[in-house]
Ligand binder design. Structure first.
Ligand SMILES: [Zn+2]
Length: 443
C-alpha cells in the first residue's frame, strides 16, 4: 500500500532539469526524492506527485539539479590568507610569505575560523565536500560539522616544525589521534597527506603508505607541480619525483596526485597503470605560472581526473564552477583540440570522478537512488543564461557560482534561496576580518 502522506523527512525536489552525471543524460519533467540523508528515488514528476503526495516539495522551475560538487584539493583555512601574497612563483610565495605567516598565526582557532569561512564560501557555490590538507584537522572538522558540510581531511606530514607538530614523527602521532577521535563520522573522513616530494623524506613516505594501507585511506600529495621540483629531485635523489614515489610504494590506486603538471609519457602511463588519480588545479597552476596539466592526454590514457581549487591563497577563490570552465578551456588549448574535455566530461570531474578518487563513488558523485542526498540547484533562468539548449553546456561554460540557489548535504538543506542555513554569514565575515589584522603586512 502506498501511504498518501509522508513524514517531514521526505522532500520532493522538482527541478526543470536533472543532470545526474551518471548516466550522462539530462532528465526533464523529473523529480528527485530525498528521504532522510539519502536519494530515495529519481522518477517522472507526474509519478512523484502520486507516489509522494503530501510530502514536502521544493519547486525549482528554472533550475538544473546536479550532484553536489566535490573540491578534490584545497587548504580550506588558507582562505584567511586570501590575497596576502600574489604574483610570485611557488617557492618564493611559500618560503617567504605563506610559511612565515603560518608559523605566526596557525592555531586551532585560526583553522576553525578559516575553514568556516571556506565552507561558507564553498556551500554558496554548490560545493558539498572538500578534500583538505592542513594543520589541526580536528578544528577543521568542527568547522565543517558546524556548516553541515562534508570533508575529507588530509592528515598532513612534513619534516619541519610548525605550530601543529615538531617533527615528522609527531605529525604521524597526531594523525593517528585524529583518526581515533573522529571514529565513524557521517560527514568527516580522512586521507593521509604527506605534503610533497620536496618536503617529505623517504622514511616518512613509507610510514604514510603504511598508515594509508592500515586505515584504508587515500594518499593525498602535491606531485610534479613545477619544473623546479623535478630538477631538484634529480639533484637530490637522482630520480624524478614520481620515480622515487613509485619506488617507495606511493603510486597506487590510493594516490591522489595533486597538480601533475610536468609529466613524461612514461609517468602518465605509470599513473594510469597504477590506477592513481589526479587532482587538477588549473587556476593555481596558472596563477603561480607552474604550467598546464595534460589532462586530456591523462584521461585518454585512463587516468581518473578530478578538479580542486587549491587554497584561496593561491587561486584566490574556492569556486569549482569557474575551475571547471577553466579546466575545459585550458585543456582544449593545451591539447590543440576543441573537442578535448567536453562539458559533460568536465562536469564529471567535479562530481563522480572526484568521488571515485576519494573511494566514495558508492555514496557520492551522481544523482542516483540510494546515494547520499548531496545536491546543488543552479538557476539557469537568468538573462545571461538565455536561451538554454543543454544545461550541461551552461553549467560549464556560461553559469557561475552566483547562480547556485540551494544546496543539500546528506539531505539537509544548508543553502536555501542563496541564504546559508547553518552558518551566520556576518559572524564568519567578522572573524575573517579580525584575522586579517594579524597577517604580516595586513590591513
Ligand atoms: Zn595545494
Amino acid at each position: 500500500m502506498i501511504p498518501s502522506t509522508f513524514p517531514a523527512d521526505v522532500t520532493v525536489l522538482e527541478p526543470r532539469w536533472v543532470v545526474p552525471v551518471e548516466p550522462d543524460e539530462v532528465l526533464e519533467h523529473h523529480a528527485v526524492v530525498i528521504r532522510d540523508a539519502t536519494i530515495a528515488a529519481v522518477l517522472p514528476a507526474a509519478d512523484a506527485r502520486t507516489r509522494f503526495a503530501g510530502a514536502a516539495r521544493v519547486s525549482l522551475p528554472t533550475h538544473a539539479l546536479t550532484p553536489g560538487l566535490i573540491n578534490l584539493h584545497t587548504h580550506a583555512a588558507m582562505s584567511l590568507l586570501r590575497g596576502s601574497a600574489d604574483d610570485m612563483p611557488l617557492r618564493i610565495w611559500l618560503s617567504e610569505h605563506i610559511w612565515p605567516a603560518e608559523s605566526r598565526l596557525v592555531s586551532p582557532q585560526f583553522v576553525h575560523d578559516g575553514t568556516l569561512l571556506a565552507a561558507a564560501e564553498m556551500l554558496r557555490g554548490g560545493i558539498t565536500c572538500f578534500h583538505d590538507m592542513y594543520f589541526f584537522p580536528l578544528a577543521a572538522a568542527d568547522a565543517a560539522r558546524a556548516a553541515g558540510m562534508r570533508a575529507v581531511l588530509g592528515l598532513v606530514v612534513l619534516e619541519f616544525p610548525t605550530p601543529y607538530a615538531a617533527n615528522a614523527n609527531e605529525y604521524f602521532v597526531l594523525g593517528r589521534h585524529v583518526l581515533d577521535e573522529l571514529g565513524d563520522d557521517a560527514l568527516i573522513t580522512c586521507s593521509v597527506a604527506p605534503h610533497a616530494p620536496y618536503t617529505v623524506s623517504d622514511e616518512s613516505f613509507r610510514s604514510a603508505v603504511q598508515l594509508a594501507d592500515e586505515a584504508d585511506l587515500p594518499l593525498h600529495l602535491h606531485v610534479h607541480e613545477t619544473d623546479d621540483e623535478v630538477q631538484e629531485s634529480l639533484t637530490q635523489h637522482g630520480q624524478r619525483p614520481l620515480a622515487r614515489l613509485r619506488d617507495l610504494g606511493v603510486v597506487s590506486e590510493r594516490l591522489i596526485a595533486v597538480h601533475a603538471v610536468h609529466l613524461l609519457d612514461e609517468e602518465r602511463d605509470l599513473l594510469a597503470a597504477a590506477g592513481a588519480h589526479v587532482a587538477h588545479c588549473p587556476a593555481a597552476n596558472l596563477k603561480l605560472a607552474s604550467g598546464i596539466s595534460p589532462i586530456a592526454d591523462l584521461c585518454r590514457r585512463g587516468v581518473n581526473v578530478g578538479i580542486g581549487t587549491d587554497g584561496a591563497a593561491s587561486n584566490n577563490r574556492l569556486d569549482l564552477w569557474s575551475e571547471v570552465r577553466l579546466a575545459s578551456l585550458v585543456a582544449k588549448v593545451a591539447a590543440g583540440r576543441a573537442e578535448a574535455i567536453p562539458a559533460a566530461e568536465a562536469l564529471a570531474m567535479v562530481t563522480l570522478n572526484a568521488a571515485r578518487a576519494l573511494g566514495m563513488s558508492d555514496r557520492l558523485g551522481s544523482i542516483t537512488a540510494g546515494k547520499d542526498a548531496d545536491l546543488a540547484a543552479v538557476d539557469l533562468g537568468a538573462l545571461e543564461l538565455q536561451p538554454c539548449f543543454d544545461p550541461r553546456s551552461h553549467l560549464v561554460y556560461a553559469a557561475g557560482r552566483q547562480h547556485v540557489t540551494d544546496v543539500w548535504v546528506r539531505g539537509r538543506r544548508v543553502l536555501a534561496n542563496r541564504e546559508l542555513t547553518t552558518v551566520d554569514a556576518n559572524d564568519v565575515v567578522a572573524r575573517a576580518r579580525s584575522w586579517a589584522h594579524k597577517v604580516p603586512g595586513g590591513p
